[in-house]
Design a protein around this ligand. Sequence first.
Ligand SMILES: [Mn+2]
Length: 317
Amino acid sequence: MIISEIIKLIKESDNIIILSHTAPDGDSLGSSLALYNSITSIGKEAEIVIDDEVPVIYRFLKSADKISCVDTIDKFDLVIVLDSSEIARIGKSSKYLTGKNIINIDHHISNTNFGTLNMVRPNAAATAEIVYQIIKKMNIKIDKEIAQCLYVGIVTDTGKFQYNNTTFETHQIASELLKYGVDSAEIFRLIYQNITKAKIKLIGHAINYMEFYCDEKISVIVLTKEQFYKSGAKDEDTEGIIDFARDINTVELALLFRESKDGNIKISFRSKDNINVNLFAGEFGGGGHKSAAGATVSGDILTVKKNVIDKAFGLFR
Ligand SMILES: [Mn+2]
């Protein structure tokens, strides 16, 4: 079984580097930190490297302050990549992948199985669910801090247990995490009632200027560099904004286009039940899940937007 092979490899390794995707979110951080806190508790040397800033709302998680940027760390014998569908998703951290064993743990249906060992479970609501199974099988003592990391991964990737990736098992794991001492109300307050004024201003702009196409079945938000500058918002503040566009009663496909710091255009795709945005994002070199996906493309934001919307019309024919 792949899980036994993964555990064997972790046990045989002494210096482990944990990597996950840029634009870190609750699941990439929660699963990375849960794994880090677990393996260091049994005496392993480990590092977490992320090629991006950790959003402020997740900095309460244990060991979040130990996450390092990409630099010259080279003393490691095993690489574990979490919550990342392909190597390009981890940005500059990809330089750590050469010549070492790679464990790839993920739940994106678009995962390219780039690891030496691949545990890819598209039915898992979050990578944190898979990490939970691994550390449980390793008989590692799950304390409140580790449980909090896993709970955050599950809560954020299920949209507070509302999306159809939420299963019997999701609730079962969540309930076990509460037994380990997680205070769910506290977690919800720290993540969802902790928004900056700058983010609210960015949301205001996004809602005011939202566009609609195809009998209001398609909703579109565009966020330019100028709007980030005007509102004082950061890249991480775009998290969740597309939900407002998706949640409109007529909408079946929501699109968000934003200019990122590196000059590329990031596209987010969200759908309800009928449209498979993993496939649609694939047309632009991206992917993800059936009802939530992303892609990064180069070009002028308005040209990119027009091209994607033109193709999106085809989904409704
Ligand atoms: Mn995830």
